[in-house]
Design a protein around this ligand. Structure first.
Ligand SMILES: *[C@@H]1O[C@H](CO)[C@@H](O)[C@H](O)[C@H]1NC(C)=O
Ligand SMILES: *[C@@H]1O[C@H](CO)[C@@H](O)[C@H](O)[C@H]1NC(C)=O
Ligand SMILES: *[C@@H]1O[C@H](CO)[C@@H](O)[C@H](O)[C@H]1NC(C)=O
Ligand SMILES: *[C@@H]1O[C@H](CO)[C@@H](O)[C@H](O)[C@H]1NC(C)=O
Length: 395
């Protein structure tokens, strides 16, 4: 049969349209089935997807699965999506993850998406019981649920991270990654279960997210630039933290962080910048904006703590060398669980500069909460508590 020119053109158009759609790779294709261990099936699916020359999508349908350590790496030839609708369980015994820093790693990919209504369950209860990192600096570090490393232009959408043995998510050296609708859940008394820790990354957004953990909801390490946390609910947990900084050598600056429209409920801290006392290690933190924030029964709603030294692991005599500048706290309201609603303890050797308090309405037992400050003279705009000197130990 001889095809007419029109038919041939139509055929080519359809063929082209088809190749731009994602090809689905169900893990069933590699023997992945509910109630089984899908480690190998997942890695085989990843290998196929990563080699594909057009966009592909790995599907893990609903059902409960077991999975061991996974290190899914690029570079890949085309965008990849991993869509998880099932519940994937990590081994409960931390030893079975062989000391892996993270249970599930995705790295060195551009245009990666992790999506779906699925749950990654770290089954951390056993690991938390064994954790002695609060007294033993050489303690064994448990595996985090996720590592997102060296990803560009990537998205994590909807997925839930549950009961991680350590941090839920560690973001390292990513450029343009958005967490939208991501959730992290762990009991309030679980150790080190930060919802999302971000290091050495740029253009990171955490939006429309609910984080309820035993540690920081969001924490930033050094070397981060251009980050947004917006429309987020946090609590229980330790709040949103920049730092701790000034502990390790060669820390890069943290620049441009916006926290907006966030509710913190029953957390230890609200919005916090913290650095260790140390005369040796210097870096900078600048352009921090915290605005439109509601605090509900938060212990330290607004806090800069440059004498951060938990469990007396350092000497407070050496003032921090981390320079903090251009920090604004604006339209922050609600209830403080202590009378010091605002604590700004800056470094004696490098005082904070350009700090603004604007429209701060925090109450403690129905009365306005006070502000306690040292080595900083914040600019007060509109209604906000004036600084008083710390009279005794406030943190
Ligand atoms: C991500 O972007 C960086 C900086 O542009 C580049 O060096 C790196 O190769 C990219 N990684 C991938 C996996 O494309
Ligand atoms: C960021 O990544 C998203 C998702 O891949 C992409 O749609 C967007 O164009 C990227 N933005 C920039 C500025 O590269
Ligand atoms: C603020 O965030 C909440 C989610 O925590 C969202 O429901 C609400 O629409 C956001 N408000 C604005 C003005 O974006
Ligand atoms: C501060 O908050 C309290 C309690 O929510 C409220 O009654 C009061 O009117 C607020 N003050 C201002 C100046 O907004």
């Amino acid at each position: 049969m001889r095809l007419s020119t029109t038919t041939t053109v139509l055929f080519l158009v359809l063929a082209t349209t088809h190749t731009t759609q994602s090809a689905d790779i169900d893990i069933k294709k590699f023997g992945g089935a509910p109630n089984a261990d899908i480690t190998q099936a997942f890695l085989s699916a990843w290998k196929e997807a990563c080699a594909a020359t057009s966009a592909s999508r790995i599907l893990i349908p609903s059902g409960t699965y077991k999975m061991g350590e996974v290190d899914a790496k690029g570079p890949c030839k085309a965008p990849i999506e991993v869509k998880v609708d099932g519940t994937i369980q990590a081994p409960a015994d931390p030893k079975q993850l062989n000391g892996a820093e993270q249970w599930v790693k995705f790295g060195y990919v551009s245009h990666f998406t992790l999506s779906g209504n699925g749950i990654f369950d770290g089954q951390g209860a056993t690991a938390w019981k064994q954790n002695d990192c609060n007294k033993n600096t050489k303690c064994v570090r448990n595996s985090m649920n996720f590592g997102f490393n060296f990803l560009n232009h990537s998205i994590v959408r909807d997925i839930t991270s549950k009961d991680s043995k350590n941090f839920h998510v560690n973001v390292l050296s990513c450029n343009n990654i958005t967490f939208d609708g991501y959730k992290a859940i762990a009991p309030a008394d679980s150790a080190n279960t930060d919802g999302i820790h971000i290091g050495r990354s740029t253009n990171v957004k955490v939006i429309n997210t609910k984080l309820a953990t035993g540690d920081d909801c969001v924490s930033l390490g050094d070397g981060n630039t251009h980050l947004v946390v917006q429309n987020v609910e946090c609590g229980p947990g330790h709040g949103i933290s920049v730092g701790s900084l000034g502990y390790y050598e060669n820390e890069a600056p943290v620049v441009d962080f916006l926290v907006k429209n966030v509710t913190l409920k029953n957390t230890d801290n609200g919005v916090r910048i913290k650095s260790w006392p140390s005369t040796a290690i210097a870096t900078t933190v600048t352009d921090m904006r915290f605005e439109d924030i509601t605090m509900v029964n938060v212990l330290n709603p607004i806090i800069i703590d440059q004498e951060y030294c938990p469990w007396n692991q350092c000497s407070k005599k050496a003032p921090s060398k981390v320079k903090i500048s251009k920090v604004s706290f604006k339209n922050i309201k609600g209830t403080s669980a202590t009378k010091e609603g605002v604590i700004l303890i800056c470094s004696k050797s490098v005082p904070c500069e350009g700090v603004e308090l604007s429209e701060i309405n925090l109450t403690y037992n129905g009365a306005p909460a006070i502000a306690v400050c040292s080595n900083v003279s914040p600019k007060i705009i509109g209604k906000a508590p004036a600084c008083t000197a710390p009279t005794n130990k406030v943190i």
